[in-house]
Design a protein around this ligand. Structure first.
Ligand code: ATP
Ligand code: MG
Ligand code: MG
Length: 350
């Protein structure tokens, strides 16, 4: 097939579309919001809600395979789409990553370590969970959280009512607070033939709950680096996964803990655009299109910096910087907290 359908029209869908075009594929975007960044580069954009069965059918009929750039696609829409075309990565990968409890249950079920956790639906649950897990802890909505939204920190038991109120009635999960030295992520891919390729882990720094920078190489021992890649491979194989996966990890003296997984290309993998022959976007397109996976080897040291909100005002200076690649998402308005683009600063590989 030669047309790839992408659910979601943000910057990830845009960069997937660019990579697909390089390989000779055309992309169709399905996105409820008007004027999505991906729509500027895709062949066709369907602007309709996920409840619109006719629009979904129309979209599916025009593509050979369906993928997505965000994990919160409603289940009913997926049921309709899956009846028409293959969805890659598969439904189980989506189900597991849409729900933090399902995610942590899956991860611990395949022998990986996570923060201690407990489901919370009311204050009695929360008090019991805090008694078991202890403070400090973090209460998170089970579903739909991103960029640190839908989270409340609990320093002591007295913070419980306020934290629960912050969930606004949504079901939640309490997680024990992990004292990590730093955070890393692994971007890895699995092909239709079951082959696996992983990028070098990146070290991530967050600001105000949003990824600020990713640096490769990450500060990891050779053993930790190998462990990180093996964790990603175990997840890919357990899910019979096809596509690119992001795995966020906490580095602790006791080893690596999995924070969360993203069944898609990931912000912390943007460095691959200028550090590798085949970046995460091309790798994902190769995987979902049934092509062989590409060379994910790293040929440069890279620091990826997100341009958030008014950071784009620095564009004139950034464009003049040596060894710096600028990537912009074509968003008109620079609202606070909005990801507008990123830069990759490269050095010869150390
Ligand atoms: P993303 O935008 O990556 O999807 P998110 O909203 O899903 O983010 P998390 O990744 O769960 O949120 O948490 C955001 C950040 O908060 C983490 O990267 C980490 O810095 C911190 N954090 C989350 N959970 C824990 C924990 N259990 N212990 C310590 N820190 C945590
Ligand atoms: Mg997340
Ligand atoms: Mg995260």
């Amino acid at each position: 097939g030669s047309v790839i359908g992408i659910l979601g029209g943000g910057q990830l869908g845009r960069m997937l579309s660019v990579a697909a075009a390089r390989l000779g594929y055309r992309c169709h975007i399905y996105e409820p919001a008007a004027n999505p960044p991906a729509g500027q580069v895709a062949e066709k954009t369907f602007t309709a809600p996920y409840e619109d069965a006719a629009a979904l059918a129309d979209f599916a009929a025009g593509v050979d395979v369906i993928t997505y750039e965000f994990e919160n696609v409603p289940t009913a829409a997926l049921d309709l789409l899956e009846a028409a075309r293959p969805i890659r990565p598969n439904r189980r990968a989506l189900a597991v990553s849409q729900d933090r409890i399902a995610e942590k249950t899956f991860l611990s079920g395949i022998g990986l370590r996570t923060a201690p956790f407990a489901p919370v639906n009311d204050l009695a649950d929360l008090d019991a969970a805090l008694a078991r897990i202890g403070a400090p802890a973090i209460l998170k909505t089970t579903r739909l959280g991103y960029d640190g939204k839908g989270q409340a920190r609990i320093k002591a038991a007295g913070d419980a009512p306020g934290a629960l109120a912050a969930m606004q009635g949504a079901s939640a999960v309490l997680e024990g607070f992990v004292t990590f030295s730093h955070e890393v992520s692994v971007i890895a891919a699995r092909g239709v033939d079951g082959s696996v390729a992983a990028y070098d882990p990146g070290e991530n720094v967050h600001r105000d709950g949003i990824l600020a920078t990713t640096t490769v190489p990450a500060r990891l021992t050779a053993a930790q680096q190998q462990d990180a890649v093996l964790i990603a491979a175990r997840i890919l194989n357990a899910l019979d996964y096809v596509g690119v996966l992001g795995v966020e990890l906490f580095v602790t003296p006791q080893g690596l803990l999995v924070n969360e997984i993203a069944p898609r290309v990931h912000n912390s993998g943007h460095w691959t655009q200028n550090g590798c022959a085949v970046d995460q976007f091309e790798q994902h397109i190769r995987a979902v299109a049934g092509l062989p996976l590409g060379d994910g080897g790293r040929y440069a040291d890279v620091v990826m910096e997100n341009l958030i909100g008014e950071d784009v005002d620095r564009l004139p200076d950034l464009l003049r910087e040596a060894r710096t690649a600028v990537h912009l998402y074509g968003k008109a308005e620079a609202r606070p907290g909005r990801k507008m683009g990123h830069v990759n600063r490269i050095r010869p590989r150390s």
